[in-house]
Design a protein around this ligand. Structure first.
Ligand SMILES: *[C@@H]1O[C@H](CO)[C@@H](O)[C@H](O)[C@H]1NC(C)=O
Ligand SMILES: *[C@@H]1O[C@H](CO)[C@@H](O)[C@H](O)[C@H]1NC(C)=O
Ligand SMILES: *[C@@H]1O[C@H](CO)[C@@H](O)[C@H](O)[C@H]1NC(C)=O
Ligand SMILES: *[C@@H]1O[C@H](CO)[C@@H](O)[C@H](O)[C@H]1NC(C)=O
Ligand SMILES: *[C@@H]1O[C@H](CO)[C@@H](O)[C@H](O)[C@H]1NC(C)=O
Ligand SMILES: *[C@@H]1O[C@H](CO)[C@@H](O)[C@H](O)[C@H]1NC(C)=O
Length: 809
């Protein structure tokens, strides 16, 4: 269990190591003269100097920047609302009104991150009623505001964005809605330090890191100085405003504010500079009341309201000004109930007290269910310590969405990118799929020809295809000669009731389609976690917060319908710790949807290769294989009818949050008597398919054993089962592994990351049983029970030596 958490936290350390490099040059310098610095007081006839020293230019000085057909300058005819801070009052006194689309173009002497700050206040003026203005604002690539208006004429609206610009021209376009107009009171376009926001952050909703912040536009939603005073632009080099935390702290009874002189705050030579946050942020803190006298048992909690359907970047600032010495403060960090860091050890991050530190997290839209973000810090029971927990500052930033927008689902070219706009994308996908299929076929033909030319001469080649030449699992691969047989099997099912295909007997329930639509945010493409022959799999969140995997059938192909029905029938009969369990289904208005328990760590294959996930140890791999073997053993022997899975592969072995393996995807499964055989069309997956089954079209349990043997070698070698880019002899893993083993050279094929850690005896047992699984004739292959026994033996051998060492020590 803890291993899982360790993995979640690890990428952050890498990320800080990266920072270490980036920041060595930046030093602890708090000055930042911005290279790009356009400040405009729109509608003003003269330059305006603020109390913080910055001067905003007048309209006359900035005419060359603006392209507009018609604009009007207006100024307030009465004194402004008292809610406006006096330091900003001059900016809100005038406004510029655009009747038509108008564009400011800024020349950038330096590309990269820019602050875009917009000031809006619907000042009262007889010529225009600014509260009735409706307009959009966009940059070259991002929509900042869509059909925006300021209805409340008591308080100003300040919008602050961070965009990353790579062109030397940056445009800001104001687009009035038809029959309306746009207005703006002041604009800031100012360079921000490039290393203010890096590309990656700790992902909360999935394993590992979130990447892609550099290409996203960000909108600052909240910037809070926890436990300290308001910080105004004159106290922050980057002219930021930090509010106090009082109105967000939802458990003030347990909180205690504390502060030290801002001079005592140190910045490490790496990672954090005063540009990240001024020392006033780090000099004040909220920590747990009475932590000194008793072990507190609650979390400090802050809640902010945000817009659903957007993901957010959350930056938390920490500085240990409460401890008396190092190595006393360890606490947990949670965001919306998800563990961000368990037992954060500030001493190891900063190596000193009163030293600034921050960490970035990205919370996915799917984890913002009721429109709020809850940030919590609390005591950890994993490590000893004072039991205290601290927080110095929080920044919350909205991340632009699929439409590159921070407001709505229209992109800059006016195209709707919402849930129903996927048909285009699907078409493109279909073309890509077709192109891929064609090129795969071509490749197979070429490889066939090469192999045919190299075939051993003289020997009677009785129908001996290499197993890698076998068909891919797809509706098209059903050979014509067997289609009559398969149609007889399916006709027995076609006498179904309309609507409900089956009435499952298990504990699963019927889900209304509307509930599933809600759970997946209208089948949002961003929630797709897998795509199979049958359709897409979405991550869903039910009303009670339970995460589920939702598989939605696509189209109405006979194959899809058969698979849906088979899977539902099979799973409603089966229940086992190592089989993915079905929670329910929906077959309303010709939708075919299955709802499963959510497997947080996804397919086993992703942990072996192709994804940058942490390397699984040999022991862990054995445990997962044993889990999968138990699931298959149950299928073969434990259920009322013995069942052959027919599609055993590493993508059908899923891992839950504790890396417990569960076998999934029963769409092709079939009841086959334990020692018998069934004639059937050949189906399965390329590279895993039993050659005997392919030749004879007779399915037996031993076909699963063959596929599982391929899985075992895949686990050992951590490479794809078919790898067309390798030399001919190595393309098919099953064949190559057997050949290498015969030559006594299997070691070279083993995953180099773990080869040194494998106990030789454990390896021998493992390879012996794996090789037996791949025997040409089914009768020579072991049963699932035998395989399981050998794998457990291999695991014991792997664990044994370290156990002995421990005893000696
Ligand atoms: C300005 O427009 C708003 C909304 O369109 C309306 O509610 C308000 O009464 C108008 N104010 C004036 C002074 O006309
Ligand atoms: C954003 O910034 C990074 C480096 O600061 C740069 O590589 C990238 O091209 C920039 N532009 C965009 C649009 O992502
Ligand atoms: C902000 O800076 C001004 C001087 O620039 C100083 O007088 C004021 O005390 C500072 N505010 C805080 C909260 O320290
Ligand atoms: C703190 O919050 C997390 C997540 O909301 C929760 O799991 C944990 O039990 C809480 N801790 C305490 C001590 O209440
Ligand atoms: C916290 O980090 C410090 C410094 O790296 C280290 O000495 C200490 O052992 C760590 N504490 C725990 C409990 O791991
Ligand atoms: C969101 O849910 C939490 C509890 O899960 C509740 O305390 C909070 O008030 C809710 N927020 C909103 C905005 O409804």
């Amino acid at each position: 269990m803890d291993e899982n958490k360790g993995i979640r936290v690890k990428p952050t350390f890498l990320f800080f190591a990266l920072h270490l490099l980036l920041f060595t040059l930046a030093k602890c310098d708090s000055s930042f003269p911005p290279q790009v610095n356009y400040l405009i007081d729109c509608g003003s006839s003269h330059p305006t100097q603020l109390t913080d020293g910055r001067t905003f230019k007048s309209d006359r000085e900035t005419t060359s920047l603006l392209a507009t057909a018609e604009d009007v300058q207006i100024s307030a005819d009465s004194s402004l609302s008292p809610s406006i801070p006096s330091s900003l009052l001059p900016l809100y006194q005038t406004a510029r009104v655009f009747q038509e689309e108008s564009t400011y173009s800024f020349y950038l002497s330096k590309t990269g991150r820019l602050w875009v700050r917009l000031y809006f206040f619907p000042l009262s003026n007889p010529s225009r009623n600014l509260t009735s203005a409706v307009f959009s604002v966009q940059t070259n690539h991002h929509v900042l505001l869509h059909e925006f208006s300021v209805r409340n004429n008591d308080s100003p609206v300040f919008k602050e964005y961070l965009v990353n610009v790579s062109d030397s021209r940056f445009s800001l376009k104001f687009m009035p809605k038809r029959n309306s107009f746009a207005f703006i009171n002041a604009i800031e376009i100012v360079s921000a330090p490039d290393n203010l926001i890096s590309d990656s952050a700790t992902a909360l909703s999935s394993l590992g890191e979130f990447k892609g912040l550099l290409t996203s536009a960000l909108e600052v939603s909240y910037r809070i100085n926890v436990g300290g005073p308001t910080i105004t632009p004159d106290n922050d080099t980057l002219s930021r405003t930090w509010e106090t935390d009082g109105s967000y702290n939802i458990f003030p009874q347990g909180s205690e504010a504390f502060s030290v002189s801002s001079k005592s705050v140190k910045y490490p030579h790496t990672g954090v500079t005063p540009l990240i946050a001024p020392n006033l942020v780090y000099a004040s803190v909220v920590h747990m009341k009475n932590a000194k006298f008793m072990q507190p048992n609650f979390n400090l909690s802050w809640m902010v309201n945000v817009e659903r359907s957007y993901s957010y970047l959350i930056r938390m600032h920490f500085c240990d000004i409460v401890s008396k010495s190092l190595n006393q403060l360890y606490f947990n960090v949670y965001i919306n109930g998800i563990e961000g860091v368990l037992a954060l050890n500030l001493s190891s991050q900063t190596k000193a007290l009163a030293t600034a530190f921050y960490q970035d997290f990205v919370l996915d839209a799917s984890d913002i269910t009721n429109g709020s973000i809850l940030v919590q810090v609390g005591p950890t029971n994993l490590l000893p310590g004072t039991g205290d927990a601290i927080l110095n500052g929080i920044e919350v930033m909205k991340i632009s969405n699929v439409a590159d927008s921070l407001d709505g689902l229209f992109s800059v070219d006016g195209k709707y990118k919402g849930p129903n706009s996927t048909t285009m994308a699907m078409e493109i996908l279909a073309y890509v799929g077709l192109a891929l299929a064609v090129s795969t076929m071509l490749l197979i033909v070429i490889v066939c020809i090469i192999r045919w030319k190299k075939r051993p001469q003289g020997l009677g080649n009785h129908n001996r295809f290499s197993s890698w030449l076998l068909p891919i699992h797809s509706p098209m691969s059903m050979s014509s000669k067997s289609s009559c047989r398969s149609s007889t099997t399916s006709s027995s099912h076609t006498s179904k009731k309309r609507g409900h295909f089956v009435t499952p007997q298990g504990p699963e329930r019927f889900f209304p389609f509307s509930e599933l639509r809600k759970a997946t945010n209208n089948f949002d493409e961003k929630r797709v976690i897998g795509v199979g022959g049958f359709g897409k799999v979405y991550l869903g969140t039910l009303k009670d917060g339970t995460k589920v995997a939702i598989k939605r059938g696509s189209g109405s192909s006979e194959q899809g319908m058969n698979e849906f029905r088979t899977e539902l029938e099979m799973l409603s009969k089966l229940r086992h710790r190592h089989l993915v369990s079905l929670m329910g289904f929906c077959d309303e208005n010709s939708e075919m949807v299955l709802v499963y328990e959510y497997m947080a760590n996804g397919p086993f294959r992703s942990h072996l290769y192709g994804f940058d996930l942490p390397c699984l140890s040999w022991q862990k791999r054995l445990e997962i294989c044993i889990g999968a073997a138990r699931g298959l053993y149950y299928l073969h022997t434990g259920a009322a009818q013995s069942i052959t899975h027919r599609d055993v592969k590493t993508t059908n072995i899923l891992l839950d949050e504790n890396y417990v393996a569960k076998v999934s995807d029963f769409g092709l499964s079939k009841a086959v008597p334990e020692k018998g055989q069934v004639s059937t069309a050949v189906k399965g997956s390329f590279g895993y398919l039993d050659p005997e089954y392919y030749r004879s079209e007779q399915l037996t349990q031993k076909s699963d054993i063959y596929s599982f043997g391929v899985v075992l070698f895949e686990v050992l070698c951590a490479r794809p089962v078919i790898c067309p880019t390798r030399p001919t002899e190595e393309i098919n893993l099953a064949e190559w592994a057997k050949k290498q083993h015969r030559r006594g050279m299997l070691r070279e094929a083993i995953d180099p990351r773990i080869v040194a850690t494998i106990n030789p005896q454990s390896l021998t047992v493992f390879v012996q049983v794996s090789e037996k699984c791949l025997a040409d004739c089914g009768v020579d292959r072991p049963s699932m029970g035998d395989v399981l026994w050998h794998l457990e033996h291999a695991l014991r051998l792997q664990e044994a030596p370290s156990g002995i060492d421990e005893l000696r020590m």
